[in-house]
Write a protein that binds this ligand. Structure first.
Ligand SMILES: *Cc1c(COP(=O)(O)O)cnc(C)c1O
Length: 366
């Protein structure tokens, strides 16, 4: 083998199971029944996980990473006469702003520090004042690992009858999100985060009533969400352009494994367990976390550099022993992140905790 097995403590790509990897050993034709029925199965199972029915919602699969999905929604559902309010408390909210800037989409913003969750009073004030049609925000801001209050934000959005766009990239699959009850218009996630698939597909839950009004809004061709929706609904199992067949096979298996292992509720419990174990040992080793526990998401934790800390050395030590840590995206803070999503076994955890506990002895002073 060319590469050693590594456990990825990063928020996507992540460690996938052997079975998910094996699933990609087959070459299927995109216009063949065998493949198309798998695509349909994946879409149906996703509807179930999102707790919605196909009368009201459509699951649209789009080639590309998560950002392609976010860009597709923003550029295909907000017309030049509309205006979107972007709520941002981190790099992924900033990315929405970048997309709207590049795509000439009318927008305004409410921003907040990446170590706080979005401020509800401020959001309401802005929604009431501004002449807006849409509100877009990130559920779990993976930047620092902060969770935003999706229920409360949806309530405000509905009070003012706006269309909601939710980036749930790093929360869907590990947190109970009742898309129907929350009445979300567009929710975006991807194959390679809490669903434990490989990278290559953006997943968009679209409320049919809303997307049916989005014909000819898109600024581009390949990211035209409405067209992709039409093809997925009218030619079941089809993508518009070359379909990522192997990624779909892997995703299908990964979703089966999620369901078999007790569904989203159990995955959430598993993540919380892993996260708490790692945090305990990190704090014991002298690290401090950046985000207050009451707004801490279950997927990734940010640790501040202790004094005289050499992150590269620390990183190399873990890499050498089979684990990849995640450096910061946190311009204001000297910090790094440890993700706890993906197929991390009890054995892996035990080894990781041992490495955390024995860093100085084992490495820096050897
Ligand atoms: C991972 C992630 C994305 C998408 O990033 P890609 O690199 O395009 O997959 C978007 N938003 C959030 C919150 C994420 O965690």
């Amino acid at each position: 083998m060319k590469y050693d097995r590594k456990i990825l403590l990063t928020p996507g790509p992540l460690t996938t199971s052997e079975e998910v990897k094996k699933e990609m050993n087959y070459d299927l034709g995109t216009r063949d029944n065998d493949y198309q029925s798998i695509v349909q199965n994946v879409r149906k199972k996703l509807l179930c996980l999102g707790k919605v029915t196909e009368t009201k919602y459509s699951v649209i699969l789009l080639q590309g990473s998560g950002t392609y999905g976010v860009e597709s929604v923003l550029t295909s559902t907000i017309s030049t006469k509309d205006k979107v309010l972007i709520l941002s408390n981190g790099a992924y909210g900033e990315r929405m702003i970048q997309i709207c800037t590049k795509g000439n989409i009318p927008f305004c913003t409410v921003t907040n520090s990446m170590i706080n969750s979005l401020n509800l009073a401020e959001i309401e004030k802005q929604i009431a004042q501004e002449d807006i049609t849409h509100v877009a925000y990130v559920h779990c801001e993976t930047t620092a690992g902060v969770l935003n209050d999706i229920c409360a934000i949806q309530k405000i959005i509905h009070k003012y009858h706006k269309i909601s766009i939710v980036d749930a990239m790093s929360s869907f699959g590990s947190m109970d999100i009742n898309i129907g009850e929350l009445d979300i218009d567009f929710l975006i996630t991807s194959s390679n985060k809490c669903l434990h698939g490989v990278p290559g597909i953006a997943i968009i839950f679209a409320k049919k009533q809303t997307i049916n009004n989005c014909k000819n809004i898109s600024r581009g061709l390949s990211l035209d969400l409405y067209d992709q929706y039409q093809v997925m609904e009218n030619n079941p199992g089809s993508f518009r352009f070359t379909s990522p067949t192997h990624v779909v096979l892997a995703l299908n298996k990964a979703i089966d494994e999620l369901i078999e292992s007790g569904g989203i509720i159990n995955r959430n419990k598993r993540y919380l367990f892993l996260q708490e174990q790692i945090r305990k040992h990190m704090i014991n080793a002298g690290f401090k976390t950046l985000v207050p526990l009451n707004i801490q998401s279950p997927v990734i934790t940010t640790y501040l550099y202790p004094e005289n800390f050499d992150f590269q050395k620390y990183y190399d030590y873990f890499k050498h022993n089979g684990f990849l840590l995640y450096s910061g995206k946190l311009t204001e803070y000297k910090a790094f992140r440890i993700g706890n999503i993906g197929e991390i076994s009890d054995n892996d955890l035990e080894k990781l905790l041992y490495l955390i506990d024995n860093y100085e002895v084992d490495y820096e002073n050897r």
